[in-house]
Design a protein around this ligand. Structure first.
Ligand code: SF4
Length: 231
């Protein structure tokens, strides 16, 4: 298996742990603000053999506290379960990032206890995913993934990239309601960078939500979940 990226150390990708991050390529979404355009397009910014990474992980046992798998959308990889199994066999807690579009794969990984923490995006109210993907049954898929996380996952968080015009004081309420009772909901402000998956997105009126707007969103979402924070 070839990875499209490998970050040896991260303090932010696995809550509470010093982790490394493995990036898989390819995505079934086309979020206009995506900062990982190359990965979303299925390209390989790097080409790293998984055996090299497993050797690194063997050597770092006792120093690294966890491994995060990100993308792209990692559940699209036919080798995702084998990858998780290889990492778990080395004794590492594993965190998976997902857009929630493949509840069947997510469910299998959880049932087989191959992941310890899942971070799942909630992009918009479930009936408003059109700017992000073209799957007609996406609302049902997202709903099912939410249910699996809240009933089976050892630990999880839902997270939303807050960018105008998608996220505002009207849309945040049904989004929070969709994850009602969740342990943890994290709101991340969109930060304009040089490259987005949709180049036109950068040319739009600034989609960044500033601190006061972020606090308003948090206050509206907080009553629906156990913890709602701005990251
Ligand atoms: S931000 Fe959207 S397009 Fe980019 S990798 Fe995540 S789900 Fe895919």
């Amino acid at each position: 298996m070839i990875l499209a990226g490998f970050q040896k150390n991260s303090f932010i990708d696995f809550p509470g742990k010093i982790s490394c991050v493995l990036f898989l390529t390819g995505c079934n979404f086309f979020c206009p603000y995506c900062h990982n355009a190359a990965l979303a397009n299925g390209e390989y910014p790097q080409r790293i053999d998984i055996e090299t990474v497993l050797d690194f992980l063997k050597a770092r046992r006792g120093m690294l506290e966890g491994v995060a798998i990100s993308g792209g959308e990692p559940t699209l990889s036919p080798a995702i379960a084998d990858l998780c199994r290889s990492i778990k066999a080395l004794g590492y807690p594993l965190k998976l990032d997902t857009n929630g579009s493949r509840p069947d794969i997510l469910g299998r990984l959880l049932d087989q206890r191959l992941v310890d923490f899942v971070a799942m995006d909630v992009k918009a109210p479930l009936d408003r995913y059109t700017p992000f993907c073209d799957q007609t049954d996406i609302a049902d898929r997202i709903r099912e993934s939410i249910h699996r996380l809240m009933t089976v996952a050892p630990a999880y968080e839902f997270r939303t990239t807050c960018a105008a015009p998608f996220i505002n004081t009207t849309t945040i309420v049904p989004m929070a309601r969709a994850i009602q009772g969740a342990d943890r909901y994290v709101l991340q402000p969109f930060n304009r960078r040089s490259v987005c998956l949709d180049p036109a997105f950068n040319g739009k009126t600034d989609p960044t939500l500033f601190p006061e707007a972020m606090r308003q969103l948090r206050d509206l979402a907080a009553p629906f979940v156990r913890s709602c924070t701005i990251r």
